[in-house]
Ligand binder design. Structure first.
Ligand code: OOB
Length: 537
């Protein structure tokens, strides 16, 4: 049934990944139970003043699992989870995966437009939200979405605010852990659905299995040499697979270490937590780097516990990379990853030269990488080309997207990443550009086609193209080139238009430029290269 929703790995390949031990045939529920035996009294999770030992975490998860099962949630059901960095995310994530119920990882920034789309594609039966977060009331959002999307249950981590039919997550913990699930998941079942950055309109869903996602985090944890003494600080959204599994929360838990949740991405907050919890590894994105450097130079927080600072999700400038090494008494690790799978890390013993100028190399000996020209022919070593990949934790196809899959993968199953790279003889990759129609706004991916669709729906706009332009802080920001029929709407009007359409705020263009016409290619498509040459230099 499920396999028809997405292609799955060829049987022969799957057998090989099992035989060599990449896929270990355990589910996340089983793993948590195992950790709870092995590390019972060690602290697993810290959120503010709240702490859970492994034993307490396992018990809480079992109590919540049985409550969720009592609601009627079953293996294969999909649940949209939109929670910030709070312990409730962790409890819920394990409670769902233990039942084989599949969390769909929404981001806190998503709004009605994105959630409705996710709910429709996934046929989600439930939607889990915080009450309020970052001055936004998610209950209002859920009240609107519920009507549009066939969602049976809205579950609030916090106060339901009197919304009729909303359930409080706290009330779903049964008094005692119930029996094991009647129909438990299998290790090769879909475990979670991640969101792709998107290039063709709306985010695609990335299927990840228990086997492949566990391998991803376990292998990353090995390369980061995580142990029981490791303490991971989750700075970026916990639902992001960078924070979940690279090695992230899952990697540190499987090593018996401790996860500390940062309530916000601010450097001050992070530094206080590093000092208080003796954090050994933290993961951030390039826009945060200058803030961390400034905070370190002006403050006197004790960061002596920190061994690894990971930076990834957008290109880290070589100079900034060198500045990290100079400023912090810890190892910089560049992280080049994607929801779709492939993860590249610089190694702890790589020479500085490689750590400062490359985005690492694939974590698995079975990650297959090709660098090709537009005709899919491999380029000469060291030359620039598009990165194609397949392997033991890279998706074989998106969820319910057969048509898109035909374009996004080669005939022999390589995923077209849309990233332009050069590969060094050491295997390290240098990310030099992008062949996909996407803007990487400081790590947040914006699908140009999707935003252009919104722009074209705006009264008075007759043609639209969204392009990246360099930005000192974000690396890239978005600029919308518009052809308008009359007087162009103001910036404020555009912003209100995007908000009213229920689109996540980061997708609203940072700048608008009204032009007389958009250049087109021979086949009549908008020529973005010419547009960039003409207006962006
Ligand atoms: C991570 O995942 P996504 O799915 O949000 O975005 C993936 C895309 C990549 O295809 C690439 O275009 C870009 O983000 N990217 C980088 C990069 N890391 C990601 N571009 C240049 N340099 C880097 N270091 O962004 C993600 C997932 C797991 C771990 C880390 C990042």
């Amino acid at each position: 049934m499920e396999q028809r929703d997405w292609p799955g790995w060829p049987d022969e390949t799957a057998r090989r990944y099992r035989a060599v031990g990449h896929w270990q045939g355990t589910t996340f529920g089983e793993q948590l139970s195992g950790w709870a035996v092995r590390h019972a009294d060690r602290v697993a999770l810290v959120d503010g003043d709240r702490r859970w030992t492994y034993a307490a975490l396992d018990t809480a998860v079992r109590r919540l699992s049985s409550g969720l099962a009592g609601l009627g949630l079953r293996r294969g059901d999909k649940v949209i989870v939109q929670l910030p960095n709070r312990a409730e995310f962790v409890l819920l994530w394990f409670a769902l995966t233990r039942l084989g119920v599949v969390p769909v990882h929404a981001m806190p920034a998503h709004r009605r437009n994105e959630i409705t789309h996710l709910a429709a594609v996934a046929e989600a039966v439930a939607y889990v939200i915080p009450d309020r977060h970052a001055r936004f009331d998610y209950r209002e959002l859920a009240a609107r979405v519920r009507g549009d999307a066939g969602i049976r249950h809205v579950i609030v981590a916090g106060d339901t605010g009197g919304h009729e039919g909303f359930l409080a997550l706290a009330d779903l913990f049964d008094d005692e852990p119930g029996p094991d699930p009647v129909d438990p998941p299998r290790p090769d079942d879909l475990a979670l659905l991640l969101l792709s950055g998107g290039t063709t309109g709306m985010p695609k869903l990335v299927p990840r299995t228990h086997d492949d996602f566990a391998y991803n985090s376990r292998r990353a944890a090995e390369l980061c040499e995580l142990t029981e003494d490791s303490v991971y600080l989750a700075v970026l959204p916990i639902a992001f697979n960078y924070t979940m599994s690279c090695p992230g929360m899952l990697g540190v838990l499987q090593a018996g270490g401790r996860v500390v949740l940062a309530p916000s991405a601010g450097a001050r907050t992070a530094f206080e937590l590093i000092a208080r919890e003796r954090v050994t590894i933290a993961a951030i994105n390039p826009p945060l780097v200058p803030h961390w450097i400034a905070e370190h130079e002006h403050g006197d927080t004790d960061l002596s516990s920190l061994r690894i600072l990971q930076v990834g999700s957008a290109r880290l400038a070589d100079d900034l990379a060198a500045a990290v090494t100079k400023t912090f008494d810890c190892r910089l690790q560049q992280v080049f990853g994607m929801a779709e799978g492939l993860l590249c890390l610089t190694r702890l013993d790589d020479p500085d030269e490689l750590v400062h100028t490359t985005q690492g190399r694939p974590i698995s000996a079975d990650d297959e990488v090709r660098v090709v020209d537009p005709d899919d022919v491999e380029v000469a070593p060291g030359e620039t080309g598009e990165l194609l990949t397949r392997g033991p934790y890279t998706l074989p196809g998106y969820f319910r997207a057969a048509e898109h899959n035909a374009r996004a993968f080669t005939a022999d199953g390589f995923y077209r990443t849309g990233d332009l790279v050069q590969q060094l003889p050491t295997g390290h990759l240098n990310v030099v550009g992008r062949a996909k129609d996407q803007i990487n706004r400081g790590g947040q991916k914006i699908d140009a086609t999707e935003v252009e669709g919104h722009l074209l729906a705006c009264p008075g706009v007759i043609a639209a193209a969204l392009l990246p332009e360099p930005d000192a802080v974000l690396g890239e920001r978005s600029v919308a080139f518009l052809v308008c029929s009359g007087e162009a709407p103001s910036m404020a009007e555009f912003q209100a238009f995007f908000r009213d359409r229920g689109v996540a705020a980061y997708k609203a263009p940072d700048r608008f430029a009204v032009v007389d016409e958009l250049p087109s290619t021979a086949v009549g498509k908008i020529d973005k290269k010419a547009l960039a040459r003409r207006y962006l230099g």
